[in-house]
Write a protein that binds this ligand. Structure first.
Ligand code: XMP
Length: 518
């Protein structure tokens, strides 16, 4: 892999993503990793990330100069660039030339490989106090800014280069080109990280982990991650995987069919569906407090899942086999954020499936644990999963229950399902699926307002549209959906859904609002 050495800035993951966009596999490693640990990973190249510290600060993270002697190509970014310069005998100083944000860069060396084909003047994103004053011996200075006389350097022989600015952010328009020049032209790497290769590699790994006879189960939520994880494991071990799908009756229109028909048709996976709608509705009856709803759903989900698992186990145990593996759709950002642990110790209550039993003793199979969301989607397409599953927006485990403000019953669910389907249809046909991260549709079941329809007075419920744009659901902004699309949705919902006489738009960002209403 290309190892991104993380100096504690928020950019390391982004750099890894950009490297993978260049179709080269990349992982993040903490700067505390020793030279031996890094060597053991057999890196194709090292990228030293930016970091918050000054190279001169008391406890500033630094690099072991031995990293420069591994014979591995190195690229430094911002703080990592300064560390690299210092380790190679260059000079870094704080001369007061701090630069933050968009800064004009001048390419001073037309023969530069790193900056080949780039405009002589271009904006780049800067964030630094210190600056490299003198490049290490043997390095060519290729660009400068007002505050950074040595804003980029390279040494082709040693396959090393670096930039003071942040090529990974979108505010540096030619940044991705800088990264690809380093990866392809300086480090000499081949772009082999394609969906087909990823899928093949992951299938092999699962086969190796589960072995010739191992049995696995996987909870399907209807979401992208669990579907792709299951599809990969299915390819690897076929019928030794059983998928369990709990239909809690809180799904959107068409979702059960997507899993039961489309997913099964695309993968040939063995599927056990648990029909638990009645139980869930009974338990939720009269409950309107959001947290109580969530707790009930979590508890019932575990019960249903356990029931199904012991049935599967029972069947298999009768033939003398044991189910040892539980498949989960954990993604790379979760792994990095939880410190990059191995993840096999304990089954954490997982977001995707609404929490799993703690006392089940399985070894986890997490085939997606090194992938970003867009890669998961690409692998899903590669495996032939239908677009309705692969391109699906995030949907919360507790389902429509937390999109009904008030208590949940079959009638209210039916009302919300109709409105939600209309909103989804219209947003899709307006081509907004990739602009919108997700669009919860919320029924204010405890609110009524007066309206007029035909010649009569109505006294119905409002529907809230909550379209948001986001990178990771941690923060979000409300999406500026064109008025004519909103109009169409509003007209259709009030015409086609009898119980609804008003459609309103949620224009709150997150924070302060959360994406969901409950
Ligand atoms: P909030 O409402 O906290 O949501 O801004 C952030 C993201 O998480 C999803 N979400 C959930 N997903 N189980 C899930 O699997 C849950 O209990 C749950 N609650 C919220 C939400 O849809 C959004 O994408």
């Amino acid at each position: 892999p290309v190892l991104v050495v993380d100096f504690g800035a928020q950019y390391a993951q982004l750099i890894a993503r950009r490297v993978r966009e260049a179709r080269i596999y990349s992982e993040v490693i903490p700067h505390s990793a020793t030279v031996d640990e890094i060597k053991a990973k057999n890196p194709a190249a090292l990228i030293l990330s930016g970091g918050p510290a000054s190279v001169y600060a008391e406890d500033a993270p630094s690099i072991d100069p031995a990293l420069m002697d591994l014979g591995v190509p190195v690229f430094g970014i911002c703080y990592g660039y300064q560390c690299m310069a210092a380790a190679l005998g260059g000079e870094v100083a704080n001369t007061g030339g701090r630069e933050f944000g968009r800064t004009p860069l001048r390419v001073t060396e037309t023969d530069s490989v790193l900056l080949a084909g780039q405009p002589a003047e271009q904006p780049v994103w800067m964030s630094h106090n210190d600056a490299v004053q003198r490049a290490p011996e043997g390095f060519t200075v290729t660009a400068s800014t007002e505050g950074a006389p040595v804003a980029a350097f390279e040494n082709l022989e040693r396959q090393m280069a670096g930039v003071q600015y942040h090529p990974e952010v979108i505010h540096t328009p030619h940044g991705q080109q800088v990264l690809t020049h380093f990866l392809y032209d300086i480090a000499g790497l081949e772009p082999t990280w394609t969906a087909a290769n990823i899928a093949e590699t992951l299938i092999d790994q699962v086969r190796e982990q589960v072995g010739e006879n191992g049995l696995a189960i996987c909870g399907l939520s209807g979401g992208v991650d669990s579907a792709v994880a299951a599809a990969l494991v299915q390819r690897a071990i076929g019928d030794r995987l059983t998928c369990v799908f709990v239909d809690h009756g809180l799904l959107r229109a068409g979702e059960r069919e997507q899993v039961q028909n489309d997913f099964v048709a695309a993968t040939g996976a063995r599927l056990v569906t648990v029909d638990a709608a009645e139980t869930f509705l009974t338990e939720l009856k009269g409950v309107s407090d959001p947290e109580t709803k969530r707790k009930i759903i979590g508890r019932e989900f575990i019960r249903s899942f356990e029931g199904a698992v012991s049935e599967v186990l029972g069947d298999r145990a009768a033939s003398g086999q044991k189910v040892d593996y539980l498949v989960q759709g954990t993604l790379y950002p979760d792994v990095v954020e939880s410190g990059g642990g191995t993840g096999t110790a304990n089954i954490k209550s997982h977001h995707n499936v609404g929490g799993l039993p703690e006392d089940l003793e399985f070894e986890l199979v997490e085939p997606l644990r090194l992938l970003f969301k867009d890669e998961v989607r690409a692998v899903g397409r590669e495996l032939g999963l239908p677009e309705e599953i692969v391109g699906r927006q995030p949907f919360p485990g507790p389902g429509l229950a937390i999109r009904i403000v008030g208590s949940v019953d079959a009638e209210r669910l039916a009302t919300l399902r109709k409105a939600d389907l209309i909103a989804r249809e219209e947003l899709s046909s307006a081509g907004l699926d990739s602009t919108i991260w997700q669009c919860p549709v919320v029924l204010l079941a405890d609110v009524r307002s007066v309206g007029v329809q035909g010649d009569g007075r109505t006294y119905g419920h409002p529907i809230v549209l909550r379209p948001v744009s986001s990178e990771d659901a941690m923060t979000a902004d409300w999406t500026r959906v064109p008025y004519d699309v909103l109009e169409k949705i509003s007209t259709r919902i009030t015409n086609e859904v009898a119980e609804v006489n008003r459609v309103v738009l949620d224009v709150t960002s997150k924070p302060p609002g959360t994406i969901e209403w409950e």
